[in-house]
Ligand binder design. Structure first.
Ligand code: FAD
Length: 263
């Protein structure tokens, strides 16, 4: 089985600051890490992997993403391929998915694993868009993933709000995972050495046979109009009870407030 894992470099959220005026992340100077759910996706691949299978990490991002993606090599992936090109700048999720699909078509994949949503963009659109562009099924919110014997199929548990949906699906397909699916291991020293004995492969718009008009800002049908952060206000009342009557009045007021909140 050829397994592809989509992996995105995201800012290390401990280091990211917000622009209070624009409500956007200030990415400059923030360190990059692998999107945490993508490590769950990779671990899911490693758990079902058999002899003869390949696990390839695919990413679109800036050249400095290479360093973060090495973590995937240290955790056992066979290859890392990074699509990086100035032509990809300004890509929305659709344009990002088109580049990932061009990579998938080039390397070939039976099972494509991704995180349910990233910690920065957080749209949760890339997995479904990749499946739509490839015309193949998708399983989302996956919390268990197993092979079905030697059949070209997988069985998954999808955790929904009101229960767990167990499904079998034929390959090729896409599956996006939640963190409950597994606990990704930490890289070992041997793994880290392995990650530096191999270079991530780099592809460009030209090597993927993508026209500049098909990628980047020009090919992005969506524009961010505004980003608002929700304002959370808390109406608070303070009670100072110096004697029993005040204590009773305070308690009565609490009961009143709770009654108003009750459905
Ligand atoms: C209008 C618009 C303009 C934008 N312009 C820019 C810009 O100029 N510069 C910029 O850096 N970002 C830009 N972005 C953000 C960029 O489009 C997203 O980072 C990217 O498309 C992925 O979206 P997401 O993080 O919401 O992915 P999600 O759908 O939340 O991610 C789910 C999963 O998909 C996979 N995935 C997502 N992105 C990638 C990737 N790049 N490579 C491999 N796997 C991936 C991962 O497995 C991830 O866990 C823009 C977004 C929009 C909507």
């Amino acid at each position: 089985m050829r397994i592809a894992v989509l992996m995105k470099q995201v800012p290390d959220t401990d280091e990211v600051k917000m622009d209070p005026e624009r409500g956007t992340m200030i990415r400059d100077g923030a360190g990059g890490i692998v999107d945490p759910l993508d490590l769950n996706a990779l671990e899911a691949a490693m758990q079902i992997r058999k002899d003869g299978d390949t696990v390839t990490i695919l990413s679109m991002g800036p050249p400095q993403a290479e360093e973060s993606l090495r973590e995937g090599l240290s955790l056992g992936a066979d290859r890392v391929v990074l699509a990086t090109d100035r032509a990809f700048a300004g890509s929305d999720t659709w344009a990002t998915s088109k580049v990932l699909v061009a990579m998938l078509e080039k390397i070939g994949a039976d099972l494509i694993l991704a995180g349910e949503k990233s910690t920065d963009g957080e749209t949760g659109q890339v997995g479904p868009e990749v499946a739509a562009l490839l015309g193949i099924p998708i399983e989302t919110r996956v919390t268990r993933l197993e092979r079905v014997g030697d059949e070209p199929a997988i069985e998954v548990d999808c955790t929904l709000e009101e229960g767990i949906l167990t499904q079998r699906v034929q390959l090729p397909c896409v599956a996006t995972v939640l963190s409950d699916i597994n606990v990704p291991p930490l890289s070992t020293l041997a793994g880290k050495k392995r990650a530096y004995s191999q270079e991530p492969e780099v592809v460009t718009a030209e090597s993927l046979s993508l026209d500049p008009g098909e990628v980047g800002l020009e090919a992005s049908p969506t524009r961010v109009v505004r980003i608002d952060r929700p304002k959370i206000t808390r109406a608070a009342e303070k009670f100072l009870a110096k004697h029993d009557e005040e204590l009773e009045a305070g308690l009565n007021r609490i009961v009143e407030i709770l009654s108003d909140c009750a459905l």
